[in-house]
Ligand binder design. Structure first.
Ligand SMILES: [Zn+2]
Length: 319
């Protein structure tokens, strides 16, 4: 069993953010076109998640406060676009897409634990890592990766989950959800300062969670070498000390040098190398179990090429 799962649902395209928003359906179209053109799609185990499972809202409630989901449902417009904040929008199908994104993550987690594939990438929208337990923000409605972490613990009985967040923005929502929890380690490498303004190096967890949050903020202009150095010098020792049972990746590709929303200089090679390192650590500590979900990445061509590289490493274990 050495296949890689690709989780995708066509209804992820129905989350309509209007004509000018960077987080658009074109992102997923660019990814799937690239995977088709390069022949990579044929080598992946494609999975279309089923309709949201009957207890999906219970899993969402493991992370989000009571009322968050019903507020989103209530905000859903019949037509047109509803603004949650300046950047975070909902169309009539956004609520359904958000539920399907979570369903995709849980389906992928089930597939890995059942041995259906060794690792998986969820090409989902809307993204999740900015979503707080009680608040949608930063293009994010539900915190997909955080819900998957709790699901792995409480449905599958895994104890220690590591979340590696290499999106160029800090995952404030994910950090806050697990900040006091020593069973979920949150690592983020991000441009700083940048939206959302959190993720300073001195934010390292609180209470029982002290030491289980690791922020590695970088000033603008950093590229593959600096990212590799942080992975080697900061993340590797953290993984070796924590010894996770499963690794989740908040895989945003907006640290790419061509991305319009940030100022980093990471290339496809860099994303490939980060993937390879995480894969290697997962093989040592958790039988290769890695699940990534799409967060940011707004240059369509750079995004598609970076996801292609990410998946090539997943498939081969190297590249
Ligand atoms: Zn981002």
């Amino acid at each position: 069993m050495d296949s890689t799962g690709l989780i995708y649902h066509p209804d992820y395209l129905l989350h309509d953010t209007g004509g000018y928003h960077p987080e658009s359906p074109l992102r997923l179209k660019a990814i799937s076109s690239r995977l088709e053109e390069t022949g990579l799609m044929k080598r992946l185990t494609g999975v279309r998640p089923g309709p949201p499972r009957p207890d999906l809202s219970d899993w969402i409630a493991q992370v989000h406060q009571p009322g968050h989901l019903s507020r989103l449902e209530h905000l859903r417009p019949e037509t047109g676009i509803a603004h949650i904040d300046a950047d975070t929008l909902m169309s009539s199908e956004s609520y359904r897409a958000a539920l399907l994104a979570v369903e995709g993550m849980l389906t992928a987690a089930d597939g890995i634990l059942a041995g259906r594939f060794k690792n998986a990438f969820c090409a989902v929208r809307p993204p999740g890592h900015h979503a707080e337990s009680n608040r949608a923000m930063g293009f994010c409605l539900l915190n997909n990766v955080a819900i998957a972490a709790r699901y792995l613990q409480r449905r599958h009985g895994l104890k220690k989950i590591m979340i590696v967040d290499w999106d160029v923005h800090h995952g404030n929502g994910t950090q806050h959800i697990f900040e006091e929890d020593p069973t979920v380690f949150y690592f983020s490498i991000h441009q700083f300062p940048l939206y959302p303004g959190t993720g300073r190096a001195d934010e390292h967890g609180r209470g029982a969670g002290e030491g289980y949050t690791l922020n590695c903020p970088l000033s603008p202009g950093k590229g593959d070498d600096e990212y590799m150095a942080v992975f080697e010098k900061s993340l590797r020792p953290a993984v070796e000390a924590f010894r996770p049972d499963f690794i989740l990746i908040s895989a945003g590709f907006d640290a790419h040098r061509d991305d319009p929303l940030a100022n980093m200089r990471v290339t496809e090679d860099g994303f490939g190398e980060m993937t390879r390192m995480v894969n290697d650590w997962a093989r040592v500590h958790c039988q290769g179990r890695v699940l990534s979900c799409l967060e940011g990445g707004y240059n369509l061509d750079a995004l598609a090429r970076s996801v292609e590289r990410h998946l090539n490493v997943y498939l081969s274990g190297d590249f």
